[in-house]
Design a protein around this ligand. Sequence first.
Ligand code: 2AM
Ligand code: CA
Ligand code: CA
Ligand code: CA
Length: 269
Amino acid sequence: MTTNWQEIDLFAKNLIDRAGETIRHSFRNKLQIETKSDANDLVTNMDKEIEKFFVEKINAFDSSHHIMGEEGYGDQLTSMDGVVWIVDPIDGTMNFVHQQRNFAISVGIYEDGVGMLGYIYDVVLDELYHAHKGHGAYLNNSKLEMLKDVKLEESILALNTTWVTPHDRVPYEVFGPLVHKVRGTRSYGSAALEMAYIATGRIDGYLTMRLSPWDIAGGKVIIEEVGGIVTDLFNQPHTLLSKASVFAGNPAVHKIIYEHYLKEKLPKS
Ligand code: 2AM
Ligand code: CA
Ligand code: CA
Ligand code: CA
């Protein structure tokens, strides 16, 4: 049986739309905020409520689909076989809590490990970045152009600013020269939006040390659909079954940064 991607695409867009509406309405109510792995790792009642909504609706839509979600209401997956939804109900929870902007819903739908549909929904701006493998990438109804080559010295990189301070895992000697070479750096605090900005050419590269599958699953489909590259910092593809570093970018910028700044320069773990 072949998978009906058009039907799944319509269903996914409807869920994202409804989830966005729920989040916008929640601004009126007081948030319940808890911490997870550390004092800056926040989760709210809305992260949980939105993920539960996705899991319930997807299970009712097709019980053969698997679901991986940050807040743990999905399945514990050990393989990417079949149709797998990878859902981050709110990416950029700290921004959601502190700023009520610069956060997104991120969804990637994979079949046997291949990214077929990707969505990043900027809830506050009502901007949906979406892609269907082989059918182009869009921001709302506007088709995104293929990424054009950018010179490194004219590029903007998104990265975590802790990298330019002495850090136990990342040698700042590696990233210092890169930060000086590029035109500018940014740090938006939502991996999903940073990936959406790569796809639109607003930034040219995004490098980060440790993300989970739900941070990147949607963005990877969208970026690849405009000719961008998503790997880890060692230029290897993601399995989406474990945490990993992320290096996403414009193809020209990705190549030059990997060859000249990362290859054989990073510690192995
Ligand atoms: P989240 O908001 O869904 O947790 C900001 O630092 C970016 O990194 C966000 O995309 C955030 O996703 C992600 N992130 C991944 N692991 C994190 C952690 N332990 N604490 C804070 N942010 C984390
Ligand atoms: Ca989180
Ligand atoms: Ca996230
Ligand atoms: Ca999240």
